[in-house]
Design a protein around this ligand. Structure first.
Ligand code: CUA
Length: 332
């Protein structure tokens, strides 16, 4: 019965999947090296598991107390045995260190000429800023080119994690952490936040889109021109999705971490301090740039400021989107 599991396991070891058939796809230049060290350590652990447990079971039977058997005097010392069980593990951990450190250095040293993208992590979304100023909530990269990420956080510690690339790096407020990778396969891969960062942690998801040769530049120039392809309200909706608004504000009327965007443009809103304001253009603008100045009643003051991160033009697009959600406000 046990063999039914062990044999396929070792058969798989000979194939492409290595010792761990359940690993994610390999889509970066790091993946093979990481998987190899993983398999090496797993293989060594399995070997010692079988050896130690096997000998233990054998000895339990062989040296059990029974009639007519006297136990031999226990030797206090066996130099040869002690040298063997010291030297062999030392060599093994030396080998693990060698491959592990080589992999670590590969990941730590960014190659010259890498394409640089700025990453801002915040509760609970990602913003990727490209050299031409375009900001997106998905990470787009060219295939077969080293990409460097310069990452920082607006609030707490987050973790940038792409399993398919075997890349994981913490993002710390108040400093820049960098990481890099070179994608080898065009396609879409998951980005996770790998550091518990509060209520929305498990929703802090995004995607890396690896573009085929030549497609990346085309995507970047088109993506940057929002009003070239969309109406202001559509562009506002795109910003709502891309800039992290949707992590806290729904558009279906349900309250989340912040108030919903539906059904309140043009109405009066009660604030935490007891006063009332009309939800109009200026209220929205101030809520984006200085959110702590007017907290809606029933909500916590958790929204970060977007000062310096959205342009006036973009704020206007977001306002148009909010109006389009509330046609009865009479402003359309
Ligand atoms: Cu960000 Cu967890």
């Amino acid at each position: 019965m046990l063999m039914n599991h062990i044999i396929p396991f070792f058969l798989a070891a000979a194939g492409d999947a290595g010792l761990s058939p359940g690993m994610p796809v390999r889509a970066s230049t790091f993946a093979t090296g990481v998987d190899w060290v993983w398999d090496l350590i797993l293989g060594i652990s399995l070997l010692f598991f079988v050896l130690i447990i096997g000998l233990m079971i054998l000895f339990i039977f062989q040296y059990r107390a029974r009639e007519g058997h006297e136990s031999a005097p226990t030797p206090s010392h066996n130099t040869r045995l002690e040298v063997i069980w010291t030297v062999i593990p030392t060599i093994i951990v030396g080998i693990i260190f060698f491959f592990g450190f080589r992999g670590y250095m590969d990941m730590a040293v960014v190659p010259r000429g890498a394409y640089s993208i700025n990453v801002l992590a915040q509760r609970w979304s990602w913003q990727f800023q490209y050299p031409n100023g375009h900001v997106d909530n998905e990470l787009h990269v060219p295939v077969d080119r080293p990409v460097k990420l310069v990452m920082t956080s607006d609030d707490v510690i987050h973790g940038f994690y792409v399993p398919a690339f075997r890349v994981k790096r913490d993002i710390v407020p108040g400093r820049y952490n960098t990481t890099w990778f070179e994608a080898t396969e065009p396609g879409e891969y998951d980005i996770f936040c790998a550091e518990y960062c509060g209520t929305g942690h498990s929703d802090m998801l995004s995607k890396v889109i690896v573009h085929k040769k030549g497609d990346f530049e085309k995507w970047l120039s088109e993506a940057a021109d929002l009003l070239g392809t969309m109406t202001p309200a559509e562009a506002g909706e795109w910003l709502y999705n891309a800039r992290g608004c949707k992590q806290c504000h729904t558009i279906d009327g349900a309250a989340r971490i912040g108030p919903t965007f539906k059904g309140d443009f043009g109405t009066e809103r009660a604030l935490k301090d007891g006063s009332k304001v009309t939800v109009d253009e200026n209220y929205i603008r101030r809520s984006i740039l200085d959110p702590q100045s007017q907290i809606a009643a029933g909500f916590e003051p958790v929204m970060p400021t977007y000062k310096g991160r959205v342009t006036d033009e973009e704020i206007t697009m977001i306002i148009e989107f909010l109006k389009s959600l509330n046609p009865e406000s009479g402003d359309q």
